[in-house]
Design a protein around this ligand. Structure first.
Ligand SMILES: [Zn+2]
Length: 194
């Protein structure tokens, strides 16, 4: 795969859109190669007290603490699932995707488990939940109510902010510019090298 040059012909820097559409761009912060637009994923819900280690999904326990790639149980009382919150990026057919966690009621968590393997759920939501991760630049520590919509097939569920007037809901509706995507990456410690 080829790198996008830091300086293009004519001596100008690539635009945010060119960078995010490129096969590879050099990150000046984490020193890795990023491929165009990438998802920002949270390993676990922010309140997860344990190690950064997954058990297999199939080992799910509803008592005590449990964490796998897709399910989390805290203290046998709080039930969370891994989902995607997506923001369309203007001028592209792509989305900026946040891999984040949402709470579910015990009832909806059970429905999610029933349908998880083949994507065929007892109902297709939306199910109400609380976002379990901070999203830099959008969300601090205030609880944020979201809708979780399970997806057919083996796609992760999608999240939508319940309050239409929240800045994140507005961006989910209208989309954001490629420049803004780079700004958000910057908050997560990924900036194109100068
Ligand atoms: Zn980086």
């Amino acid at each position: 795969m080829s790198w996008i040059p830091k300086i293009l012909k004519g001596g100008r820097k690539p635009t945010a859109l060119e960078l995010l559409s490129s096969a590879q761009w050099r990150c000046g912060s984490c020193d890795e190669a990023h491929q165009g637009m990438f998802a920002l994923a949270s390993f676990a819900p922010d309140p997860w007290p344990g190690a950064e280690r997954y058990e297999p999904n199939g080992a799910i326990r509803l008592e005590g603490d449990f964490l796998s790639e897709d399910f989390c149980v805290l203290d046998g009382k709080y039930f969370m699932v891994r989902a995607c919150l997506e923001i369309p990026v203007l001028g592209t057919h792509e989305v900026l995707s946040f891999g984040v966690w949402s709470t579910l009621s015990r009832d909806n968590f059970d429905k999610y488990l029933v349908g998880f393997d083949d994507g065929d759920y007892p109902d297709m939501g939306p199910w109400s939940g609380w976002l379990c991760n901070r999203i830099e630049h959008y969300i601090g520590n205030d609880p944020l109510a979201i809708w979780l919509v399970p997806q057919a097939g083996r796609q992760r569920p999608r999240l939508y902010v319940q309050d239409d007037n929240h800045p994140l809901a507005i961006d989910q509706d209208n989309g954001i510019s490629p420049e803004r995507v780079l700004e958000i990456y910057g908050h997560y410690g990924h900036r194109p090298s100068e």
